[in-house]
Design a protein around this ligand. Structure first.
Ligand code: ZN
Length: 278
């Protein structure tokens, strides 16, 4: 299982340029690039600088994060998503990064599960059509938050089945799985080929419904039953990559070297109990 770094982990204090250098230094195989960080980077660099970096280093890009709130949008909101999609495709073709993470909408009001499924599948199919023309994949990430329109793995599995496209799969994030009490049986239902990205993390031992992204901790240092999850991933046959993704504001204050080293060490410790580094 390859080790990847997600830029949310040191979002506040590390630029994309710093993150790429530190990932290389601490031996990460991949980096997930954030859309906002990429735009910041391009204020003072060119896409060719990015191409040169990945050409001359071991580190490779894995996916872009994220097109947010893809469902239940008005025309203006969706046009912005499509503009960002085109921008990511343009950069992704040059650096060979062809996966885009997408996130469902929050606080949409009293829509039923089936209405949400219909609308989310519609949006994913639209993005799938556009992605197919350029050889990209769409990775859909449910969020374990009470206000998110898609907040369990069960709901996600049903949507992905309804979409039924080769280039649409899921982001499986341990925090989101734990935070709304998703069931391990639902992970056993997942086709391993449909896990496009695996986000690894841990969280403070707080109640379901209160947990937020900011409560995330380094893998193995919190309340998530990562052994249960890693066992399930291994049994279903997923072993491609684990991307460490925190949004912890206290950790954002850490010294960068210390944080990148901690991300690698804690992730490796959890992963290596189940998988080798290949
Ligand atoms: Zn995630």
């Amino acid at each position: 299982m390859k080790i990847c770094y997600n830029e949310a982990t040191m979002m506040k204090n590390a630029s994309l340029e710093q993150s790429m250098e530190l990932c290389e230094k601490y031996g990460y195989d991949y980096i997930e690039i954030r859309l906002d960080k990429l735009k910041d980077y391009l204020d003072s660099h060119t896409v060719e600088n990015l191409v040169d970096f990945f050409r001359s280093h071991e580190l490779k890009p894995y996916a872009f994060n994220a097109l947010e709130f893809i469902s239940f949008r008005d025309k203006e909101g969706y046009d912005q998503i499509l503009a960002d999609f085109d921008f990511l495709v343009d950069v992704g073709l040059k650096i060979d990064c062809k996966k885009i993470v997408t996130v469902p909408s929050f606080s949409i009001g009293d829509y039923t599960i089936s209405e949400i499924e219909k609308e989310t599948a519609r949006a994913l199919k639209d993005l799938s059509d556009r992605a197919e023309k350029v050889g990209f994949k769409i990775a859909f990430e449910f969020c374990g938050d009470p206000t998110c329109s898609v907040n369990t793995l069960k709901q996600t599995n049903s949507i992905i089945k309804a979409v039924n496209r080769d280039n649409v799969g899921i982001v499986f994030d341990c925090f989101h799985f734990h935070a709304m009490n998703s069931r391990i049986e639902d992970l056993y239902e997942v086709d391993p080929g449909k896990i496009f990205v695996f986000h690894i993390d841990d969280v403070m031992d707080l109640p379901i419904g209160w947990l937020q992204d900011k409560h995330r901790l380094w893998p193995g240092e919190g309340a998530i039953d990562l052994d249960l999850i890693m066992t399930a991933l291994k049994k279903i046959g997923y072993g491609e990559m684990a991307s460490v993704e925190l949004f912890n504001e206290d950790i954002w204050e850490w010294d960068l070297d210390k944080a990148f080293k901690a991300g690698m060490d804690t992730t490796k410790k959890v992963v290596s109990k189940y998988f080798g580094n290949d």
